[in-house]
Design a protein around this ligand. Structure first.
Ligand code: DER
Length: 235
């Protein structure tokens, strides 16, 4: 099975948790896209009704709109029944790295207000520790003096051999700009950064930082699709 087929299997399994009348957080990324497509399909078939979607990005907003999923926002729905979203990494304690798609701020705001947060991944996302994939742990920062903030972030994790890189948009070679008008610094760790809560708090104490991509103690349910089948973990 391809990675995308595994993502689709995990996404469809998560949609089994969706009931008519729910207010849903709609995630961002290629795995969440499958879940949103499935919700749209079930609405079309009349198998789901009275769903309100709270999108975590403009791209998800557009996808949901095109599927006829009624949309709203946190101002009107400060408590959600369920959110479904992918992740870039999942550690053994169900802590996540998210944000390689650039939507971490709105994802964290919305997924922090849900009674149930279902994370959907293919097995390639499982890591021994956050940063263990050697891929980015994103931090959303204000554009003002971004080099200063990037250096502060790199210094915070010097012991972990941290490398901090400004995310560049592949479309135009300029700094990537989030839906919120901010920049992203991608942090790369060469070893385990240890206490995630302490690391996250230290990151947030930097004045130029808006939010980081570690979602600690937030996921309530994890669905992993692998070659041997689908596993559902209840946190
Ligand atoms: O950017 C994000 O937070 C995405 O949800 C990401 O974590 C998962 O993206 P994928 O489903 O395309 O792998």
């Amino acid at each position: 099975l391809s990675q995308d087929e595994l993502k689709k299997i995990a996404a469809y399994k998560a949609v089994e948790f969706v009931e008519s009348g729910m207010v849903l957080g709609l995630g961002t990324g290629s795995t969440a896209k499958h879940a949103i497509d499935r919700i749209g399909e079930l609405l079309q078939q009349g198998k789901l009704a009275n769903i309100v979607g709270i999108p975590t990005s403009t791209i998800t907003h557009e996808q949901a709109l095109s599927l006829g999923i009624p949309l709203s926002d946190l101002d009107n729905h400060p408590v959600l029944d369920l959110a479904i979203d992918g992740a870039d990494e999942v550690d053994p304690d169900m802590n996540l790295v998210k944000g390689r798609g650039g939507s971490l701020l709105r994802e964290k705001m919305i997924e922090g207000c849900c009674k149930k947060f279902v994370v959907i991944v293919d097995e390639s996302k499982l890591v021994d520790y956050v940063g263990g994939s050697g891929l980015a742990m994103p931090v959303e920062i204000v554009p003002f003096c971004w080099k200063f903030t990037a250096h502060k972030l790199q210094s915070l994790f010097a012991e972990a051999g941290c490398d901090a890189k400004l995310r560049i948009s592949p479309q135009n070679g300029k700094p990537y700009v989030t839906d919120n008008g901010n920049f992203i610094i991608d942090l790369y760790f060469k070893k385990d950064i240890g206490d995630l809560k302490a690391a996250g708090d230290a990151i947030l104490r930097l004045a130029g930082v808006v939010e980081h991509g570690m979602f600690i103690d937030m996921a309530t349910t994890l669905i992993v699709a692998g070659e041997l089948g689908v596993t559902v973990w209840i946190g």
